[in-house]
Design a binder for this molecule. Structure first.
Ligand SMILES: NC(=O)c1ccc[n+]([C@@H]2O[C@H](COP(=O)([O-])OP(=O)(O)OC[C@H]3O[C@@H](n4cnc5c(N)ncnc54)[C@H](O)[C@@H]3O)[C@@H](O)[C@H]2O)c1
Length: 306
């Protein structure tokens, strides 16, 4: 009898690659990937081509986003892994639970309070389990810090001073694609800082009770570039000769995966992965600060600079 747990993935962009890889190699004995679902058939097909070429695997069944229910009925996953754009997580979490599945969702769980309430209502109504992938906890140094604090090595934590600085490669990437619009990502205090707030909560074993935050768009975006006297005529980087010397540029022809997952799929969904970070629209902040008081009395001083 096959005892392997069955998984389906919705959202087959870059992040999904880690789950596809893990479930078809390291964890293949205990987990079985049974289906993929996405807005883009090209992206799902790209992963199937990789699985055939590297592991000689038969193609996984693929379903368009509007066939999500049918995917669950036909392939009967135990758990659905949600790796779509942040603002859509709640939709797949609640629908998967209603159809009897547990869910593993990518961080952030969701992007606003109404969606959060819908998720908790679905958990209450169905009794299904939801796990949010806070993988930063497993970085060895962060795990060790939790162990040391829990062991009392640093005494009672009174204040946490947490600063996170993003560089022009990883950091700029949030300003090239869907993350740069707050409606999609909730902004970096949700999309990125969710990892950091989870770490602090976990490290000190408490939750914030009062929170105050400020943020501004100070560096990226058209207005900031214009104020510095910079002008950019190109709205995307790929195949743009003038972008050749631009340190913020990303060319979608520079890696097979970038071309296969994004450039080749543009005609299908219109998703541009390489927009100019000094273009429009950018509605998220790049410079953020948070002050919080925790239930256990500890204070937090946090900043995120992109
Ligand atoms: N845990 C981590 O450290 C980590 C790292 C990177 C990304 N992530 C998370 O993973 C998720 C995906 O990020 P990514 O970098 O792969 O982005 P991506 O843009 O590469 O992929 C997103 C995928 O979702 C699909 N999609 C968008 N809206 C959809 C919808 N309504 N229905 C079905 N599919 C839809 C897109 O077609 C695309 O294939 C995000 O929530 C992100 O926060 C987490």
């Amino acid at each position: 009898m096959n005892q392997r747990k069955r998984y389906a993935i919705v959202g087959t962009g870059g992040r999904a690659g880690l789950y596809i890889e893990a479930l078809t190699t390291t964890y293949a004995a205990v987990g079985e990937l049974v289906a993929l679902c996405d807005l883009s058939q090209t992206r799902m097909a790209w992963y199937n081509t990789q699985l055939a070429a590297r592991l000689d695997l038969a193609p996984l069944p693929t379903y368009p986003a509007d066939a999500f229910e049918r995917m669950i009925q036909e392939t009967r996953p135990d758990t659905v892994i949600v790796a779509t754009m942040d603002s859509t997580h709640h939709d797949y979490i609640t629908r998967a639970m209603t159809l009897g599945c547990d869910v593993i969702t990518e961080k952030p769980m969701t992007t606003d309070l109404a969606k959060l309430r819908a998720i908790f209502a679905a958990i209450d109504a169905t009794g299904r389990s939801l796990r949010v992938t806070f993988n930063y906890r497993y970085a060895p140094a962060y795990t060790r810090l939790r162990e040391l604090i829990m062991a009392g090595v640093v005494g009672r934590p009174l204040l946490v001073d947490f600063s996170w600085l993003l560089d022009t490669s990883h950091g700029a990437d949030y300003f090239r694609r869907w993350h740069r619009e707050k409606a999609n990502s909730g902004g970096l205090l949700v999309h990125k800082a969710t990892h950091h707030f989870d770490l602090v909560n976990w490290w000190i074993g408490s939750y914030p009770r009062s929170v105050f935050a400020l943020g501004s768009l100070s560096f990226y975006g058209k207005e900031n570039a214009a104020a510095r006297g910079e002008e950019y005529a190109y709205h995307r980087y790929t195949n743009e000769p003038a972008a050749a010397q631009d340190p913020f540029a990303l060319s979608l022809t520079s890696q097979d995966a970038l071309k296969g997952l994004y450039l080749d799929a543009e005609a299908e969904t219109g998703y541009l992965r390489d927009r100019n970070v000094f273009g429009e629209p950018i509605t998220i902040e790049d410079t953020m600060t948070v002050t919080a008081r925790y239930a256990n009395g500890a204070l937090l001083s946090y900043c995120l600079v992109a």
